[in-house]
Structures are given as C-alpha cells and as structure tokens.
Design a binder for this molecule. Structure first.
Ligand code: FMN
Length: 420
C-alpha cells in the first residue's frame, strides 16, 4: 500500500490511526500499538483528552515514534484535523467509549480524533469497552447500529471482569484479537483495491463449531482429540468482522471468546449434535470445524474407575455417535443454506487424501469440504493451515499455507459465492 502520510511523505507501510478513548482499558492499547508498529505499520496515535488522563502522551509518543496531541489547534499549519484522517489506510478506535461512539454516530467534531473520523475515507474499526449498563443502553445500541449501517466495523465488548468488582459484557476485546481483525481489514482493502471481490456478510447469520469433543469414561477421564479450536475460532472472528451474526458452538477450547461472537460451550459429541441441530434452523450457513468423536463409551462410570489388586483392566465398549455433518446436510433446515464440513485425512495404502475426502463429501452431502492432510501431526494446534477446498460440483481449490484467519477468509468468500 503506497500512501501519502500525514507529513506528506510517500510510504509503502500501511498507515494506521490509533484513536484512543477515555476508558480504563487505554493501557491495554499500548500492547496493540506495539503489535502494529512491530509488524511494520506506521501508527499515529490520536487520543482524546480523557484518554490522556489514563495513559499520558509521552507513552504514546515514545511507543509510536510520532507526535501525539488530542487538540486540532496544535500544529495548525499542518492542518492535522484533515490530513491525519485523509492519509490513513485504517483507523482503529480502542477503547471506543460510549461517548466516542455517540459522537461518531452523530458526526460531532470537537477534538482531533472526531475530526479525523469525519475526514477518513478508509475502513474504520471500533473496539467498544464500557460498563454493561452503558453498552446495553438503547442510546448506545442505536449509535452502534448507525455506525454499522455506515460500514464501520464495531466489535462488541467481551464478557469478563470489569473496572470494579463486577463482571459482565464490557471488557475491551483482547489486543491480539483487535490486531488480527485490523490485519484482515487492511488485507481486504488491498484486495478490493486490486479488484478482488470480498464477501460482505452483513445481514447473514452463521453457525460455526470449533474444538474437540470429550467422551467421558468416568467423572475424570475421557476420550478426546487434539483439536485446538483455532480454525473454528478464526472462522467465527472473521465472519463477525465482516458483519455476520455469529454463533460459535465451542467444544472444550481454552481460547478467549472472539469479539462480537455468541459462544455456546459444549463437552461431548451429543451436546454438539443437540446445539447444532437446534440452531441450524436459523442459520444461513453452518461451518463444522469442530472435531467430534465418532465413538463414545457405551457406559459412563458414576465414580472414578479404580485400579484392581489383581492387575485386570476394564474393557471399554464403544458405541457410535450421531453424524452431525450428515444429519444437518441431509435434513437441511433451509434450501439456500450452505453447509461446510472439515476433513482431517491421512490417506492410506490405496487412497490419496483427496480420494477419501471426495468420497466423504458425497457421503455427508455438504456443499464444501475443507480437506487437511494431517499425516505427521500437521495442523493441530498450529496457527497456520493449508487445505484443499472441495465443492459438491466437482471443483477443488488448493489454499496454500497461510494463517488460519486467511483460510477462514477464503472459506467465507466461497460460502458467499454459493449464496449469490
Ligand atoms: C475510571 C474511569 C473509567 C472509565 N471507563 C470507561 C469505559 O471503559 N468506557 C466508557 O465508555 N467510558 C468510561 N469512562 C467514562 C469516560 O471517561 C467519559 O465518558 C469521557 O467523557 C469519555 O471521553 P472520550 O470519549 O472523549 O474519551 C470512565 C471514566 C472513569 C473515571
């Protein structure tokens, strides 16, 4: 991306404006700033006056290497209230306070940040953080809806411990999460500028599963698998960032809730089956990235199974679990629903990974099957993924090794193409 910067120089580094609002989470934004500068972005921090009460201008200036002011009347000869916004490739506002959201929704321009928001023509990302009552207030909700209608991405606050002793929705989404979404928005913008179509998922409801199920033998032991949930979480995060309403049914994942995603925790394959089949009715797309167990113990011991003195071991009888992907594909809740499965294959002596995956797609009846070659422990737990995406019409799209977010982006583009 070659752009003119606020000081008039041409640069190939993406130019990001980091607007900081007056919330307690302002200190966490130092971590976000670090991530942005260390990955090569040129960052101009524009705090509000209230933000400077929480973290001083010296911290922002030292970390960004750029001047910092909240006042449009500083350095007036450079016309900063217009130049900073016009030169930006992306504006990120974090924490986005109730006050800033209201001012942006109504077009107020009484400080440098709100002026910048009106002059920017690039994508804008708001990461909201405030007390639950402020977030849930109809005024805030109406202002958020206005911003979203204008194409601004607003990340809902995350759930967790708030400023005081209370807990609820209101926390700033994790800096790593905001960073990942900002990278996606910059990549999408670059792809758009190059003439590629990017899926816009606004108005869609998508259902995603993630993680690995556990089938208990007794209260403390279970049969499980090594799925980390990272690919499903990436799918949920990217869909939410593109405007979809997202429900993520997560099996035993330790990952933080993605911003703006409704997370439903489950343990076993039967729990996953119940949640997915009940929720698929409302979904425009279902992406089954979870790794459900094919079998479960026929009986679950009420108490921990003890060792015996004679050294004998208990026999474990297994029964088959319901096939979630086949069930939702064959009993489609809606005709235009797109269903995506995942296949982790290793191939065998007679069949290649793709042969086995093509047969699986036919058997399951889904629209797209994302095929991972997992021989040698590849993919599980990694931040990278490489896949071939098969479609029911015979197509096969190889996706080279890249981030799980990038693969998620390709999957949503293909889902969107099937809706058209
Ligand atoms: C300790 C403290 C923490 C605050 N945290 C938040 C917050 O997380 N979110 C929010 O919307 N307002 C918060 N406020 C209120 C804002 O600082 C206040 O509304 C201010 O006018 C926001 O200004 P700004 O939007 O220009 O930054 C907090 C205030 C105090 C004193």
């Amino acid at each position: 991306m070659t752009t003119e910067t606020a000081d008039g120089a041409a640069t190939a580094r993406p130019s990001v404006v980091l607007g900081v609002g007056g919330g307690i989470a302002a200190y966490k934004v130092c971590d976000l700033l670090r991530r942005l500068t260390e990955s090569g972005h040129r960052v101009r921090v524009v705090p509000t006056a209230a933000a400077l009460d929480f973290v001083g201008a010296s911290t922002w200036a030292a970390l960004s290497g750029q001047p910092v002011t909240a006042d449009p009347f500083d350095d007036v000869h450079e016309v900063p209230h217009v130049r900073i916004g016009k030169a930006a490739d992306l504006v990120v506002v974090a924490p986005a306070t109730a006050n800033l959201i209201a001012k942006a929704a109504h077009g107020l321009a009484d400080d440098l940040l709100t002026n910048t928001l009106l002059t920017a023509r690039c994508p804008i990302l708001f990461a909201a953080a405030m007390h639950t009552e402020m977030w849930e207030h109809p005024a805030t909700q109406a202002n958020v809806a206005t911003l979203r209608e204008r194409g601004i991405t607003v990340l809902d606050p995350a759930v967790g411990r708030l400023t005081g002793k209370d807990t609820g929705r209101g926390r700033l989404p994790e800096p790593a999460e905001i960073f990942a979404i900002s990278q996606l928005m910059l990549a999408d913008e670059a792809a758009r500028a190059a003439g590629h179509k990017i899926a816009d998922l606004t108005g869609r409801h998508v259902l995603v599963s993630a993680g690995g199920t556990r089938e208990h033998l007794d209260p403390v032991r279970y049969l499980g698998n090594s799925s980390s949930g990272k690919q499903g979480y990436a799918l949920a995060r990217i869909a939410a960032a593109r405007g979809a309403k997202v429900t993520l049914v997560a099996a035993n994942s330790e990952l933080p809730d993605p911003a703006g995603v409704h997370v439903v925790p489950v343990t076993s394959t039967r729990d996953l089956f119940d949640e997915i089949t009940a929720r698929a009715v409302d979904a425009d797309a279902v992406v089954m990235a979870a790794a459900p167990a094919d079998f479960r113990p026929a009986d679950v011991a009420e108490h921990k199974i003890k060792k015996t003195a004679d050294g004998s071991v208990p026999a474990v009888n297994l029964v088959q679990n319901p096939d979630i992907l086949a069930t939702i594909s064959h009993d489609r809740a809606r005709k235009d629903q797109v269903i995506v499965g995942f296949a982790a294959e290793t191939g065998d002596a007679e069949h290649s990974v793709i042969d086995l995956a093509r047969a699986k797609l036919e058997r399951k009846g889904c629209d797209l099957l994302v095929v991972n070659d997992v021989s040698g422990g590849k993919v599980f737990g990694s931040d990278m993924n490489e896949a071939v995406i098969l479609d029911r019409d015979g197509g096969a799209l190889p996706v080279p090794s890249g981030s799980k977010d990038a693969l998620a982006g390709v999957i949503w583009n293909l889902v969107d193409a099937r809706w058209q």
